[in-house]
Design a protein around this ligand. Structure first.
Ligand code: GRF
Length: 204
């Protein structure tokens, strides 16, 4: 399967996918064909360039309207003919144009146990709420914010001494391995989305 990965920051989820594919290029079942971002000069783009991958940047502020940006992002992504788009730490909400082309095959990773703590500060919100466990969710993107059908989740204990960055780092350890496992399974075994349920593998 051809993957386009979208990033907005450090790109450690992207790096986990790159490392898993490099470790087993034939067996993993997918390869990254391009990396896209909503901003320049982020470590995620450096990681892509170090891996010799094509990259593209589409910044919201460069477009007259949000829809124009959404269309530009969709067109840049479509140029690489992805089978799956992986939003790995991508911090923008894609719109109708993008979903028209890639809905049902765009996977997002979120650092909380959805439906709890959606949005841009899932780790901070779980900590502030006093949750005893949190974790990460890998899900398909729909037209909501972190509301699409859940594929897999991983649980992380919250410790009394945790601050946001310590907890986020522990969540990201689980998140990276969950994302690598899920993307490989989707690529190798196929999947079907039935309402809110996702069935991976054994699909005709
Ligand atoms: C991840 O935890 C992602 O879920 C969240 O921000 C983090 C991005 O990490 N949106 P990275 O850019 O993959 O290192």
């Amino acid at each position: 399967a051809r993957l386009v990965v979208l990033v907005s920051g450090s790109g450690t989820n992207l790096q986990a996918l790159l490392d898993a594919i490099a470790a087993d290029p034939d067996g993993y079942g997918a390869r990254i064909v391009a990396v896209g971002a909503d901003r320049d000069a982020i470590a995620g783009l450096d990681r892509a360039e170090r891996a010799g991958l094509p990259t593209f940047v589409r910044r919201v502020k460069d477009y007259p309207t949000r829809d124009d940006w959404d269309r530009a992002l969709a067109e840049a992504t479509a140029a690489y003919r992805p089978d799956l788009v992986i939003s790995a730490g991508f911090m923008k909400i894609v719109g109708q144009e993008f979903l028209a082309r890639f809905g049902g095959r765009t996977v997002n990773t979120h650092p909380a146990l959805l439906p709890s703590f959606p949005g841009a500060h899932g780790v901070r919100d779980a900590l502030a709420y006093g949750a005893k466990v949190t974790g990460c969710t890998v899900h398909f993107v729909d037209d909501g914010v972190d509301t699409g059908p859940i594929i897999a989740q991983g649980v992380v204990e919250v410790r009394n001494e945790d601050d946001e960055s310590a907890l986020h780092e522990r969540v990201k350890e689980v998140e990276r391995s969950l994302l690598v496992e899920v993307v490989g399974r989707l690529a190798r075994h196929g999947y079907r989305i039935e309402g809110r349920k996702v069935r991976v593998g054994d699909v005709g």
